[in-house]
Write a protein that binds this ligand. Structure first.
Ligand code: GTP
Length: 598
């Protein structure tokens, strides 16, 4: 049958283990693009992706391959995002395939994301083909990686293919393994059309383009389709495949990977993981695994120059076109002016969005402390969700507060065990168990509040392990915790941008740290400034900045008028960049410094 000549697969790996390089080799080997036309890293198209070595979007590609037996096969390769923030997208991309190449760097061995991704694939019942990559490296240790495959993932070591994506070694073996070991497309017998949306992008001319895997039936231009998660109907304007760029065709059929363009203009109306069926003859049961993604981390984004608000709004809207996981609503802060409360999948997602605003839209922005979503049970019996510390009710109205926790899997050198245990404790977590990976490395499973890994956990992990540690996490339960809102007051006025939710036992230390830092940063003014940290009405730390008489023209001795004027103008300029908190002017830089340093 037609299906027996199709193989749908993806490549899963820890960051930097060579996924993009291997994809490029497969494209070359099947002459999908000539080497001359190919950029060094064709599949990672965005600059930022390239610079950070992170693949954000999945780019499918259809390859034609004549096998050793002379039969022509169609390979659909789906690229998957490598990072934990995007693990739902990974699982959707995996579902679009029957098999996965599990790429492991021969010198680095199995790492946190190798395990996380391999488990996702194995849990979905996929065929996993282990590939040990970078065997050309002098530091490669093939027997060790084989041992790890068996011990950690229970994958037979003799199934591993040895490769060097860089040197082009092992590529024919990989292609043959895809044919022999990856099953042909499944679920093709279903009586109705069922198509999985595993990604979507926005195109200025075409509108929303859905990346899809057809499981059964066909979809053709002119069809009315039905999104099964919410019953949305849409008209199909175009269908086609990626070879490697978009190529329209009259239909897409069972087993294929391709794209659908509809009359839907807004990415937020498309749900990744949704099942598309035809309105004329609809399926009744969705493909498995769909869930709604919800932002887990919230932060305020504000333009440094308040006149950039409109520009920020426009650029966030543009980013959202291609990123349905990004949500934002207008918000204002006494301290920072007008901005947006934004929701992200995780920290990396937040970093990528803020970086893109800075770079692609050339905007100077400041982000407030990231916050998780707290569940607050109030004394009146209602439960609310709090995304912003400012909205935390008065302690007298609160019965209990719960916070999200995570289960983290850490891969670290054995000699760092002690320091990592201490770090976990410091971050209010505990280590559930530790497993030996080989003579020098262990895997640790720890439970931690999500809030505690938001700021510097990864940096600390990297520094403790000298860069050798890695982490992956999944969300776990909400847990009740003794949390309080810590406010910072300047001359009695709360500076809303500095409010945060902290554990009761940490409130004093954090308050003191913030006060000290503010004292260092705030310029002295003509009156005394009191800086206080408070929890409710209780002051937990305080600092005072003494008064100063400041005359910028004093050192000019009245001589040089033009110089004097320049100085005054400069001072005026400086005033514009000040935020007025009560009587106190706080320079914009102070906010940036504080929010960055704590
Ligand atoms: P992410 O997109 O961040 O997940 O990275 P990736 O897995 O796509 O890795 P990528 O292909 O970008 O490779 C990472 C680095 O490893 C690059 O500098 C590659 O040149 C290098 N690399 C990839 N394959 C090999 C190999 O077989 N041997 C050697 N020596 N280097 C390789």
């Amino acid at each position: 049958s037609k299906l027996s000549k199709i193989r749908n697969f993806c490549i899963i790996a820890h960051i930097d283990h060579g996924k993009t390089t291997l994809s490029d080799r497969l494209l070359e080997a099947t002459q999908t693009v000539s080497a001359r036309d190919m950029q060094a890293q064709l599949l990672d198209s965005m600059d930022l992706e390239r610079e950070r070595g992170i693949t954000i979007k999945s780019h499918p590609v259809t390859l034609k391959h004549k096998a050793a037996d002379g039969i022509d096969y169609i390979f659909n390769l789906i690229d998957t995002p490598g990072h934990v923030d995007f693990s739902y997208e990974v699982s959707r991309s995996l579902t679009a395939c029957e098999g996965a190449l599990l790429l492991v760097d021969a010198a680095q061995g199995i790492e946190a994301q190798t395990v996380a991704n391999a488990h996702l694939a194995l849990d979905l019942g996929m065929e996993v083909i282990p590939v040990i990559n970078k065997i050309d490296l002098p530091g490669s240790d093939i027997p060790l990686v084989k041992q790890q495959l068996e011990d950690i993932l229970a994958i037979p070591a003799d199934e591993a293919i040895l490769a060097s994506a860089k040197a082009g070694k092992g590529i024919p073996e990989i292609m043959e393994a895809i044919i022999q070991r990856v099953p042909p497309p499944r679920w093709g017998e279903h009586p109705h059309t069922r198509t999985l949306i595993f990604d979507c992008v926005y195109d200025a001319y075409k509108g929303v383009i859905c990346f899809v895997r057809v499981f059964s039936g066909t979809i053709k231009r002119g069809d009315t389709i039905l999104m099964m998660s919410d019953g949305t109907k849409a008209e199909v304007k175009e269908v086609g495949i990626f070879s490697p760029s978009m190529k329209p065709s009259s239909t897409i059929e069972a087993g294929w990977v391709g794209y659908i363009v509809t009359n839907i203009k807004d990415v937020s109306e498309i749900k990744i993981g949704d099942t598309i069926t035809t309105a004329a003859n609809p399926a009744t049961e969705m493909l498995p695994g769909y869930k709604e993604v919800r932002p887990m981390v919230f932060s305020g984004l504000y333009p440094i120059d308040t006149s950039d608000y409109e520009k920020l709004k426009v650029s966030m809207g543009k980013l959202q076109l291609n990123d349905s996981a990004l949500v934002f609503t207008p918000e204002s802060s006494v301290a920072l002016g007008f901005g947006f409360r934004c929701g992200f999948l995780g920290l990396l997602h937040m970093e990528i969005v803020t970086e893109r605003i800075r770079r692609e839209y050339d905007l100077d922005i400041i982000s407030t402390y990231p916050s998780v979503v707290y569940k607050v049970l109030k004394t009146d019996g209602t439960e609310i969700e709090v995304h912003n510390p400012v909205n935390m009710p008065d302690p007298a109205e609160i019965t209990s507060i719960s916070e999200p926790t995570i289960k983290a899997t850490l891969h670290i050198p054995s000699k760092s065990i002690g320091d990592i245990l201490a770090l976990a404790t410091e971050k209010r977590g505990y280590v559930d168990h530790t497993e030996t990976l080989d003579e020098s490395r262990v895997m640790m499973v720890a439970h931690l509040p999500l809030n505690e890994i938001l700021v510097d956990f990864n940096d600390r992990l990297k520094s403790i392990t000298k860069g050798y540690g890695s982490m992956d996490y999944e969300l776990s339960d909400y847990q009740q915790s003794k949390l309080v809102r810590l406010d910072i007051l300047v001359n009695g006025e709360t500076v809303d941008a500095f409010s945060s939710i902290v554990h009761m036992e940490r409130s004093e230390a954090k308050g003191r740290q913030l006060c000290e830092k503010l004292k260092e940063i705030l310029p002295r003014q003509m009156f005394k400034i009191a800086i206080q940290a408070s929890v409710g009405s209780k002051v937990v730390a305080r600092e005072t900045i003494s008064a100063l008489r400041k005359d910028v023209t004093a050192k000019c001795y009245g001589g040089d008028i033009s110089r004097k004027r320049k100085l005054l103008e400069k001072q005026k300029e400086g005033k514009k960049r000040m935020k007025q908190i009560g009587k106190v002017s706080i320079p914009q830089e102070a906010f940036v410094d504080i929010l960055k340093s704590t």
